[in-house]
Design a protein around this ligand. Structure first.
Ligand SMILES: [Zn+2]
Length: 361
């Protein structure tokens, strides 16, 4: 597996926060998926699954398991240490992750070649890339009922409030831990027996639930490729977990701790564990100040959530909404902008005009 030594830093206005984080976690390794795909792979007959421990005589290695799931962005980073049985299991966890992300997966992929389609329950909201016609490569968000679109005139904020598909948050957390175990060096797996049993068999669930928290940071900038950084503490006596994982995709990053490392014997995991988190990370020296949005996600529920609300907001100046276009007469009409009558929204990274003659999805 490719692992690179690259210096990470943060925006100028968060340098202090990063210094504190580095005091606890001075070591790190970065995993960036390769471009193009790696050719010299381990022969299938010599592979051993790092999750279940089986070799090629006990299980099969026909699949191409991704280290960072493709649902977080197209990439060529596949592993030689995940058997087909484990891969099928993790695939079901990834479906929960996709449903958890919901519409945001489609919206953040604007301008990309591959854009996942999103359909909310009962088809009340559909988002997809236009594959043909004059408005090719736009992302269209359709809501014939108009019930999911809101425009907050005061805040100049345009919002989509919609229902996500059913999913179990704890499975999303398992999926994140699985990515962490995939990026760690192979010799660490023996130190994370409890994590392996939790993500494969659902063992020790009550012990893991308190740690199923994710710090999510949203920045204005997107990463082309998803990537992952594992931070490691140096002082075994330090009262923080051995490893933290920082996972970045599109304009979002997730941070979790990886609990129950075998050598974290100084930590009382059943008590309150103080966690330290990094600010948004960048690889460039151009450390202009920047703002980001940060929130803590609770993924501890092992219940399947139905009808959970998803929310996306855009800044949009109401002065931009000047003309109404009548799709029947195919003409601009002199009508006031009525925010609650929006039924379709087009998103594009290009600045070109939209072709009003072709407004189909
Ligand atoms: Zn396996």
């Amino acid at each position: 597996m490719e692992s690179e030594t690259i210096t990470v830093t943060t925006y100028a206005n968060y340098a202090d926060k990063l210094d504190i984080f580095f005091q606890h976690y001075p070591n790190h390794r970065i995993y960036i998926p390769p471009i193009p795909p790696i050719l010299n792979r381990i022969p299938k007959k010599n592979r051993i699954c790092r999750f279940c421990g089986k070799d090629a005589t006990q299980t099969k290695f026909k699949h191409e398991p991704h280290i960072i799931p493709r649902l977080l962005g197209h990439n060529y980073g596949v592993s030689d240490f995940e058997c087909d049985t484990c891969n099928l299991h993790f695939g079901t966890l990834e479906n929960h992750f996709a449903d958890y992300l919901g519409l945001s997966r489609t919206v953040t992929a604007v301008g990309r070649n591959k854009v996942p389609k999103f359909t909310s329950p009962l088809d009340s909201l559909i988002a997809a890339k236009t594959s043909s016609g004059a408005n090719k490569d736009f992302i269209t968000i359709s809501d014939e009922s108009g019930d999911n679109f809101y425009f907050d005139q005061e805040k100049s904020s345009w919002q989509i409030i919609y229902k996500k598909n059913p999913h179990t948050p704890l499975n999303v957390y398992k999926c994140l831990l699985k990515i962490a175990l995939s990026v760690l060096p192979g010799y660490e797996l023996k130190n994370y027996q409890a994590v392996r049993e939790f993500i494969l068999k659902g063992s020790h669930t009550e012990y893991f639930k308190p740690f199923a928290k994710v710090v999510r940071m949203t920045t204005e900038f997107s990463t082309e490729l998803p990537y992952c950084i594992i931070f490691e503490k140096q002082n075994l006596k330090d009262q923080v977990p051995m490893h933290m994982m920082y996972l970045a995709f599109e304009n979002v990053s997730y941070q979790i701790c990886i609990p129950f490392h075998k050598l974290d014997t100084e930590i009382n995991f059943s008590g309150i564990v103080d966690l330290v988190y990094a600010p948004p990370l960048i690889f460039t020296d151009d450390k202009k100040p920047a703002e980001f949005h940060c929130d803590m996600l609770d993924l501890s529920s092992s219940e399947q959530l139905k009808g959970q609300q998803g929310f996306i907001s855009f800044r949009a100046d109401s002065k931009l909404f000047t003309n109404a276009y009548d799709t029947k007469t195919k003409q601009f009409v002199d009508k006031p902008f009525v925010p609650n009558q929006i039924t379709k929204v087009f998103l594009s990274k290009h600045h070109g005009p939209i072709d009003f003659n072709d407004l189909s999805v």
